[in-house]
Design a protein around this ligand. Sequence first.
Ligand code: HAM
Length: 434
Amino acid sequence: MERIAGHGWWQFMKLLPGFRDFFPADCARRNALTALWRETARRHGFMEYDGPVLESTDLYRKKSGGEIFGQLFQFEDKGGRDVSMRPEMTPTFARMIIAAERQYRKPIKWFSIVSCFRHEKQQRGRLREFIQFNADLVGESGPAADADIITLTLDIFRACGLGENEIVVRLSSRDAWMNFLTARGIDLERAQDFLQIIDKLERSKPEEQALKLAEFNTTLDEVRAFIASPAGASNELDALIANLKARGLGGFCEIDLTIVRGLAYYTGTVFEVFDRERKSRALAGGGRYDRLLHALSDGGVDLPAIGVGIGDVTLNDLLDSLEIRSPRMSELLDAASKLDLYLVIADESRRDAALQLSTQLRDEGLRVDFSSKEMKVGKQFQVAEQSQAAVALVLGSEWPAAKLKVLADRTEVDTTRETLLADLEKILRRSGGE
Ligand code: HAM
């Protein structure tokens, strides 16, 4: 085998840092989660869209903002183009909306479930490839549309089994900070630099913060006082909270003006979802970006928009640490990993009957398996257990009479070729908890 200088030959067999393999159990988990996301978004009237993994780097250069731009998987393709793997979906979404918005009734309510790539330092809750749910609402401004997106976000977490004891949405508004700056006579052209200071308020030294804040005619005490009493800081934020309370979601909400979001394109309402214990990084983040479409289209399309991104990594970590699984999630996981029926062929002369039955039962929509080679009956039962089959059908010399064995409690039911389907459905409905 060819050796690569400086590397053991086995290096290429290792998974790259921040990337994941999905073995069957991981796939079942991923698919159950994305199915829940999809079902929830559809319940809210959102339509699914998709886009390419690779985009021109220029699309991200200005619109995503500093930190994400530094994390791009960026390279020159074979045609000499400067391209990047998508670190987030919003620029692609904006590009698609600009190209085709005229064909769609407003508001446009779309969602997508995609892999994103960010060359981040690997740490808990952060990978280099992760799955992100995105939902965006274009063509409506104001707190009612903001509330629609936040309600969908919370419903996604609720569908996973997480309630207001487990998660909180921290709501904020960049407008509140714009009001703060205007009151101090600061040109809003400089707002982005100010928001970066607020973003890092709890993470850097107070003396450094004070120096930077002085350039914006304010002090750390003033900023902290503003954060401590946010009531009335933004009328829009107050209206948003009232709307969410009317939907019965008030218990999930807190105002937290320290949330300003790292991405450059946000304008008004911004929010992040966290676990109550604040053990992990954000579970979701989003906000209003009323000027992004205008800026990307050189003024051609001027539509307000708000959206959210929810990642799979921190969400799965939280569900695992709290050992929470909603009934629908369990149902989806079972469908992905369990069999309804395992055919135990106790007499090889009945193999043709088993083959015929397998086709018939699969056509009925049942998940059915059996050994394609001759095997001892005990071994076949072992495989049935390992495959998490609900029932084993023992096909012996008595066929067309046979026995159905419920594997969970070892009870047996006599059956015949004629009654098999009805008997089986009765058992499966019982074991499905209906
Ligand atoms: P974001 O806050 O960068 O927003 O990402 C949203 C969520 O994606 C995060 O809260 C987190 O759950 C997940 N996420 C981000 N980076 C990573 C990572 N390296 N590893 C694992 N999970 C990660 C956006 O991406 C915006 N484009 C969301 C949006 C849509 N705003 C408007 N529309």
